[in-house]
Design a protein around this ligand. Structure first.
Ligand code: NAD
Ligand code: TYD
Length: 356
């Protein structure tokens, strides 16, 4: 098992990164330090880790605000904390935003990843035991028809500015391994869901709109398919890769859990109605079919047999249980919701496809 001492987590104030940090710091098998580097864009919320900051701040947990595009800053962090492992989550992560404004995606996802890789290459010259793990998405593989799966060797075919920027960053990661021998691993995962997800993404957006009696905007015919993965199952997959993964390898991580959007929405309505004491029919009446997302990928489905076979990973949370926990969490955290909505979220809702 690989040992991690000084772990740099980029984008740790976001959805997946904050879940990852919380799990690691409360897990007996991890004894190292975590340095959370985050620019605090609209998607980064310090409230997501206030409990962790209280318990571990300036002992085993350190927060550094800054951008992965700022080379001098990244260099300083590498030397200050003697970083031996990077888990790179930081990104612009929302497809709709990438359609409306691609530039930030190229800057952070492409140039930011390049900057991190290049600093790591220089800082880690002749150093053993180091690892750069890059978090990517199944969206780099394009869109599937009714059948078939994405495998690790499926050719890249990104179709949105978001997925194109992630594909580009994946290629850079692989190139740094092949050209300079940088020890890397890469994972491509399907749609995550769970606590602390920013309410621009499908599930939290729908949960909050239901509670507030707002329209539920369904893009196109509602029959696009996504493969849903519970965020804590994703975290356990990353841990396996960090400790047992082979350098130079990529691993697909998925939920093996495909749902048409409209079917998922109807299931979610049942759960929210019950838990929030609302009438199911009243919520159903707010479903609103809106203009489709341009270039909307039809279906994603991951084959994750490699990580199961090679690293012994598997999903541990059933979808019903995961949805239940997620709805409970959003119902119990009005403080977190108010905080995340106090910023740029206000501008975002006026740009949604519902207005077209
Ligand atoms: P998120 O949008 O919730 O969080 C992104 C975080 O990155 C935020 O805290 C933000 O402040 C930070 N950030 C953005 N630009 C930065 C910059 N220039 N410098 C430093 N920090 C910056 O994203 P997420 O959903 O947690 O996704 C994390 C990673 O996982 C991303 O790389 C994303 O592409 C990938 N991914 C996400 C999903 C999903 O379903 N959410 C699925 C597959 C892959
Ligand atoms: P999203 O959460 O944006 O993830 P991604 O596009 O990266 O898969 O969207 C999930 C699915 O839900 C996708 O098919 C688009 C659809 N969708 C809606 O129908 N309405 C919405 O308001 C949103 C945000 C998404």
């Amino acid at each position: 098992m690989r040992k991690l001492n000084n772990l740099l987590v980029t984008g740790g104030m976001g959805f997946i990164g904050s879940n990852f940090i919380r799990v690691l710091l409360t897990m007996p098998s991890f004894v190292g330090r975590i340095i959370n580097l985050d620019a605090l864009t609209y998607a980064g919320n310090p409230a997501s880790l206030s409990d962790i900051d209280k318990a571990f701040g300036n002992k085993r947990y350190f927060f550094e605000r800054g951008s992965i595009c700022d080379r001098a800053f990244i260099e300083e962090i590498f030397y200050k904390y003697a970083i031996d492992t990077v888990v790179h989550f930081a990104a612009e992560s929302h497809v709709d935003r990438s359609i409306l404004g691609p530039e930030a995606f190229i800057k952070t996802n492409v140039m930011g990843t390049f900057t991190l890789l290049d600093v790591a290459r220089n800082a880690w010259r002749d150093t053993d035991g180091v690892l750069f793990h890059h978090i990517s998405t199944d969206e780099v593989y394009g869109s599937l028809g009714k059948t078939g799966y994405f495998y690790e060797n499926t050719p890249y075919d990104p179709r949105s500015p978001y997925s194109a920027s992630k594909a580009s960053s994946d290629h850079l990661v692989m190139a740094y391994h092949h050209t300079y021998g940088l020890p890397i691993t890469l994972s491509n995962c399907s749609n995550n869901y769970g606590q602390y997800q920013f309410p621009e993404k499908f599930l939290p957006l729908m949960i909050l709109n239901m509670i507030e009696g707002k329209p539920l905007p369904v893009y196109g015919d509602g029959k696009n398919i996504r493969d849903w993965l519970f965020v804590l199952d994703h975290v356990s997959a990353i841990w396996r890769i960090l400790t047992q993964g082979r350098s130079g390898e990529k691993y697909n991580v998925g939920g093996e859990n495909e749902w048409e959007n409209i079917r998922l929405l109807n299931t979610l309505i049942g759960i929210v109605a019950k838990k929030a004491g609302l009438k199911r029919q009243a919520i159903e009446a707010t479903i609103t079919y809106v203009k489709d997302r341009p270039g909307h990928d039809r279906r994603y489905a991951i084959d994750c047999s490699k990580i199961k076979r090679e690293l012994g990973w598997q999903q541990s949370v059933g979808f019903e249980e995961g949805l239940d926990q997620t709805v409970d969490w959003y119902l119990s955290r009005p403080d977190w919701i108010a905080q995340i909505r106090s910023g740029e979220y206000q501008n975002w809702i006026t740009h949604n496809y519902t207005d077209r």
